[in-house]
Design a protein around this ligand. Sequence first.
Ligand code: TYM
Length: 335
Amino acid sequence: MEQDNRKTLFSAVQPSGILTLGNYIGAIRNWKLLMNDYRCIYALADLHTLTVKQVPAELRAHSYDLAAWYIACGIDPEKCILFVQSHVHEHAELTWVLNTITYPGELSRMTQFKDKSRSHADNVNMGLMDYPVLMASDILLYSADLVPVGADQKQHLEIARDLAIRFNGRWSDTFTVPEPYISKSGAKIMSLQDPEKKMSKSDSNVRAFISLDDDRDTIIRKFKSAVTDSGSEVRAAEDKPGITNLLTIYSCVTGKSVEEAEKEFEGQLYGQFKLAVGEAVADHLEPLKKEKDRIIKDKDYLDGVFSNGAAQAERIAGKMLSKVYRKVGLIPRKF
Ligand code: TYM
């Protein structure tokens, strides 16, 4: 078999229902761009999703949906490993070992844990706190060199790096210390209603985020009602967070630079600009949505992708977990 000398890349998204324009621009869009240069491993992080309350049948449907989106966005299961996290039991097992070298203090200070503890005050569970350790296991099992994520995941990546270094120091060199890949443009897409806040599917105001499943009219309507700034110039600037966010989105979906976009909209009113951004986003998403709608109908195909992906992932993860168990002193199973 031909040897693959490429570096390894790992990333995942939670199948939590709505995939936002932020998830797409900040993460999935970059995955496709990196697919030829790295050995890519992409997971559906369904175990992570359990940290907030789920309706079981919906969670299953959301997982198929997310896989269909991955493929529609250009993640080719023939060229990378695409699998469901819960299909590879090594993720949960490595989490247990890593838990023994993680301290509650470092988890309780995580911004996401603090935010989610506030927004899910009736369900502040251990999983919510342990979320970054499971994420570290995802990454470290595959010796990932690079992890493409949005800016909000930077802290979690730090924990993964710390745990790799800590484990390697306490036992011996085992894990690759991963590097985050946070794209210069679009790493933090902001809410359309409050440009100081990250665009998030859990926003109580549905006009604050674009779901990839929104239809054309809804997308355009949401952009038309986007909050802008004082003044009237379409220009990216620190004191213009609303316009800057819209310019970033426009640049990411059209491939034009922010400077080019500023020139294009010189002298135009905010209203015209917002409409143009809405149309550009709708144009960009339309073929992806069509493709996703086609793929989601073929459950057998998706099940095949999952089985194939899990088998490939398990081979790598199984070897790493055995190594870890041996290093920490557990008896290898002989039968
Ligand atoms: P999730 O599902 O919350 O987010 C998926 C990806 O979308 C990015 N993202 C954004 N990027 C730009 N602007 C936004 N407004 C925005 N909102 C979300 C996130 O940074 C993320 O890259 N915990 C991970 C899933 C995960 C994972 C992993 C990632 C589980 N295991 C291992 C990397 C490696 C998460 O945030 O999912």
